[in-house]
Design a protein around this ligand. Structure first.
Ligand code: ZN
Ligand code: ZN
Ligand code: FE
Length: 757
């Protein structure tokens, strides 16, 4: 992040000699010179307005040491520890800085309108680094030889581009060009490429635009027909699209942007921020086809120079900018692959020749309990390590889970969590996963002797972990890993009361767990309570088709097949195919292909289907998101629930009553907004009640929350408020997603702890 060059410049300006280097504890500077120069240096280090935007002086310790004879000059020393060296050298990709923007729009600057302008304070890093040491030949910039002007800046210690590896200009650097969907070049003049792309977008066309971490598919967010065309061609009928705008003022026309949201949007990491849809009169409207069935809009600001150039053209205000891939396949980053895969999707391709070495999705953030929380951790955030107080003796690899996969490498006191990889069931994603593990192992010189993975033998991540033949492999229960990831982010060892609200994960009793209260530390866990089991027929289909959890729940209410009669009209409304329903009923009756589950995700699916909000999850959690979007925030009431004790002593949260009340109210024609709010309120109250009982028995005051269902803002805000009002301290993850994207970190932490015992 340009930290050492900055210190180097400062030391020279202050006429000091000495050196600077990075190590485990941070940056060490040794300086020698006149007392006034030294104090001037320290003052400027603390306050300099010109210091790199990503450099923050968190703590500054000063000590006097003996003078060194005959020292001349100030140098940057290399660090001696490999991993520190690697993680300090390989930094995240950063949005274009204001200095570069000013230059790019300055007709007198030699990088005027150059789409790849960057400096030590901004630009691509992780996405183009192949290996370390981080030097131009080790990046995808190796093919471009710097012109005298660029190399002059690159080697001038006083210049903002000193040692900025991706430095380039129009004369020597990467270029853009435009092709049609067969790969025929339409245009090569940089400015005309930009204006022609915008022209196509204005006319409702679809553009594939190569960016920092991969291609985006772009359409005008005000053109309903274009958005629908993109949906049908991309085979993505329902999932909300992310959008990009040129300024915060434009985003404010469509979404609620408070100070925190503004800070997140303008952060150099430039994530997609989920913002509340403005519904007031006077609010401008994006076409509904961009994001239906949710109450948020996902916006980001331009983060690459190319984006700024596109948005500087007339007639472009907001673009849908969605990751370019087909359904669940990996993000596309190569020019040839883009043409091959997206030839039928995009009308034009804005290409460039700066290769993308690491494909990186846009990161996604939302706000929970007044603070930002990560939903997808990728561009801008990765590979920033998560530090732990105690170093591990052996290198560790944690394989993660199969959905929303990330994996984690541990070396010393650093947890290096990979970027969002995707759902491993797609064969291309799985091979990308395997390649990524190998690449990051090499990049960060991690040689794992210990491997951690999920308990589920059917997970591809588990099978991959087992295939590595490590000295030691540790299988870890999914929801324990969920809670452990929260403990790790807060550097807490537990025990705590771990509340999990999740889709599915294999339990230690071969049932499918999902709503759990675990008394958990990094060493062990005990299942204190869970949602009372209900039968779930149909394996994998159960997470797509809500009729399955609905029938399972109703059968557990009636105890026999009488539910088919009693709730016949409701069931028919959810699943009109009576033959299919009969098959499911038989599965339930005969216990074929049926598992017992405590899944909270399936309970939400069932509730959404009962309220007629949908009959199918076209993407993960579509129905629960629709349920959340419907909830009326003014409603404080809730339904009844009960807590019982199983023979083994584990508490059971019985929400069957809740389902019955839901059906009854829905039948009475009570507004879905009210019913949905009462449903959410009940779940929050029930989980808070479980936490109170755990506190009573175990004397613990800290609650850690984790699991995919806590992506639900309504539920999570409500539960956190209840817990805090009741005197609990609450650990809710901010840096690492609460969904399965956080699993690997928890697995890694449990493995670290197992090694140190
Ligand atoms: Zn810059
Ligand atoms: Zn140049
Ligand atoms: Fe999970």
């Amino acid at each position: 992040m340009g930290c050492r060059p900055f210190i180097h410049r400062l030391a020279r300006q202050c006429d000091l000699t000495g050196f600077v280097y990075n190590d485990f504890s941070g940056v060490t500077i040794e300086i020698q010179g006149a007392a006034s120069s030294i104090s001037g240096f320290i003052d400027r280090l603390r306050s300099d307005n010109n210091k790199p935007p990503l450099l923050e002086v968190a703590e500054c310790n000063i000590a006097d040491i003996a003078p060194v004879d005959s020292e001349d000059g100030f140098v940057i020393r290399t660090s001696d520890t490999d991993v520190v060296n690697a993680t300090t050298q390989v930094t995240a990709d950063t949005a274009t800085c204001s200095d570069c923007l000013r230059e790019m729009f300055d007709p007198d600057d030699f990088r005027y309108r150059y789409p790849f302008i960057n400096c030590t304070n901004c630009g691509p890093r992780y996405s183009l680094i192949k290996s370390i040491p981080y030097d131009r030949p080790a990046t995808t910039m190796a093919d471009f030889t710097m012109c005298p002007k660029c190399s002059g800046q690159y080697s001038d210690i006083t210049d903002r581009r000193y040692h900025a590896q991706p430095v380039a200009c129009r004369a020597c650097g990467p270029k853009i060009w435009l092709t049609d969907n067969r790969g025929e070049t339409i245009e090569t003049d940089s400015d005309t490429v930009i204006s022609k792309t915008v022209q196509v977008l204005r006319q409702g066309g679809i553009a594939a635009i190569r960016g920092i971490g991969g291609f985006h598919l772009a359409v005008d967010a005000f053109n309903d027909e274009a958005v629908r065309l993109l949906r049908s061609r991309k085979r993505r009928d329902h999932k909300p699209f992310a959008m990009m705008a040129g300024s915060i003022e434009i985003i404010k026309k469509y979404a609620v942007v408070d100070d925190l949201a503004e800070k997140l949007l303008t952060d150099p990491r430039s994530p997609v921020v989920l913002l509340e849809h403005r519904r007031d009169e006077g609010a401008a409207q994006i076409v509904p086809s961009v994001a239906s069935g949710v109450n948020t809009l996902g916006f980001m600001l331009c983060y690459a120079p190319l984006h700024h150039l596109l948005f500087a053209e007339d007639g472009i205000e907001v673009l849908v900018m969605t990751s370019a891939n087909l359904s669940d396949e990996p993000l596309i980053c190569d020019n040839e692959v883009a043409l091959e895969k997206l030839g039928d999707v995009a009308d034009i391709f804005l290409m460039h020749d700066r290769e993308i070495y690491r494909q990186l999705d846009d990161s996604v953030i939302h706000v929970i309990d007044g603070e930002p929380a990560s939903l997808r951790r990728a561009r801008g955030f990765v590979p920033g390590p998560i530090l732990s107080a105690r170093p591990t003796p052996l290198d560790i690899f944690a394989a993660g889970a199969d959905l929303k996969n990330t994996f984690c490498l541990v070396k010393g006191n650093q947890y290096i969590l990979s970027e969002h990889i995707g759902d491993l069931k797609d064969a291309l994603v799985f091979s990308h996963y395997k390649r990524s593990v190998e690449h990051l192992k090499k990049l960060f010189t991690v040689n794992p002797e210990v491997v951690a993975c999920d308990l589920h033998p059917g997970y591809l991540s588990t099978q991959y972990a087992e295939s590595l033949n490590a000295d030691r492999i540790i299988h870890i229960q999914h929801h324990w890993a969920h809670i452990a990831s929260a403990l790790t982010e807060f550097d807490c060892h537990g025990p705590v009361i771990g509340l999990v609200a999740d889709g599915t994960g294999l339990g230690t009793d071969d049932c499918i767990w999902g709503c759990e209260c675990l008394i958990a530390s990094l060493t062990e866990f005990e299942r204190f309570a869970h949602l009372a089991y209900f039968p779930l027929p149909g394996g994998d289909k159960a997470s797509k088709e809500p009729i399955r959890p609905v029938m399972g729940l109703l059968r557990s209410i009636t105890g026999d097949d009488s539910y088919l009669q009693k709730y016949g009209s409701l069931l028919n409304a959810i699943e009109p195919d009576t033959a299919k329903m009969q098959t499911i009923a038989t599965q339930l009756e005969k216990n074929i292909n049926t598992v017992n589950t405590s899944s909270m995700g399936r309970l939400f699916d069932a509730a959404a289907a009962i309220l007629a909000l949908g009959r199918y999850n076209h993407f993960e959690a579509q129905l629960p998101m629709a349920l959340e979007a419907t909830a009326d925030g003014q409603v404080d009431d809730s339904y009844e629930f009960s807590v019982t004790c199983a023979p083994a002593g584990t508490l059971q949260l019985d929400l069957r009553n809740l389902i019955e009340q839901l059906i009854e109210d829905s039948g009475k024609g009570i507004a879905p907004g009210r019913i949905s709010a009462m449903f959410h309120n009940t779940v929050a109250e029930a989980m808070a009640e479980i936490a109170r009982r755990a506190r009573q028995k175990h004397g613990l005051m800290t609650v850690a929350l984790s699991g995919g269902v806590f992506c639900n803002r309504y539920l999570t805000n409500r539960l956190i408020t209840l817990l805090k009002n009741d005197g609990f301290s609450v650990l809710f993850k901010r840096d690492v997603p609460t969904n399965d994207g956080g699993i690997a970190l928890g697995q890694a932490a449990i493995a670290v702890k197992a090694l140190s015992i």
